[in-house]
Design a protein. Structure first.
Length: 254
């Protein structure tokens, strides 16, 4: 079993246990979005700026990349977007289907591994949105290249990312630095032996070079970004940022 399959099984278990990122929005939140009242989270606590979306989302083709769970896609559907969600977790995709059926909007659901070439044509989407998820894949640059490929000129990539700090501290108190970076169990046998893959999956830290510079190397250009916090725990209390969010754009054709 590859690490991608281990992570999909782990997420399925988290969803069944009530994982925050597997809980769909409620009906009133969907109705509010239809009337222009919405917030979208790419990271734990700080909603992304509204102007990261197009002023008019009606008819825009949107991909929710590894964003199953019924949180971002229904809001975008409520704004009139044509939504597609790609995820590798069966449970997350089941939640998407159930909510779409309940609210009566169309959604294309694709189960696929984002470490592989994305199963979409060139220039298929106006917008790609990905809440924190690339911590579950080892190499992010190929993904950025795929995102650039499937975006239309002028299309937007909105991404939440873990900046790595959560991986260096003890999990209980967040008081001590107990390991260095990168955090990569596939290349550290001692680290792999210390984790419970059923409970935690196999996660990876990524550098600024990989995550932000990598988007530039893939052919995108930055428009905006911000930092965010865990929302709980000592790092949050000390106001130590642990997440980034970025808004990048594919240059328009000349």
């Amino acid at each position: 079993m590859g690490y991608q399959d281990i992570n999909a099984d782990t997420v399925d278990g988290w969803v069944k246990a009530g994982w925050r990122w597997g809980q769909p929005i409620d009906h009133q939140t969907y109705v509010n979005a239809q009337h222009g009242q919405w917030d979208i989270l790419l990271t734990p606590t700080r909603p992304m700026p509204h102007d990261w979306l197009f002023a008019d989302m009606r008819g825009k083709k949107v991909l929710g990349l590894a964003s199953g769970g019924g949180q971002q896609m229904p809001l975008l559907a409520a704004m009139g977007a044509e939504v597609t969600v790609l995820d590798y977790s069966q449970a997350q995709l089941q939640t998407e289907r159930m909510l779409a059926d309940h609210e009566g909007y169309a959604i294309t659901i694709v189960r696929a591994d984002m470490t592989q070439p994305l199963p979409f044509a060139d220039e298929a989407f106006d917008l790609i949105i990905q809440p924190v998820a690339n911590c579950y894949i080892e190499d992010v640059l190929p993904l950025w290249r795929e995102c650039c490929r499937i975006l239309k000129p002028g299309g937007r990539l909105l991404v939440g990312m873990d900046n790595g700090i959560n991986y260096i501290v003890d999990e209980d108190r967040e008081e001590k630095i107990i390991r260095g970076l990168p955090y990569n169990p596939l290349k550290d046998a001692k680290l792999m032996a210390s984790i419970d893959t059923k409970e935690d999956g196999i996660q990876f830290s990524h550098t600024l070079d990989e995550q932000l510079r990598g988007q530039l190397q893939a052919g995108l250009s930055f428009k905006d970004m911000y930092e965010d916090y865990n929302g709980e725990g000592r790092l949050d209390q000390l106001r130590i940022p642990t997440f980034w969010a970025s808004f990048a754009e594919k240059p328009a054709a000349r």
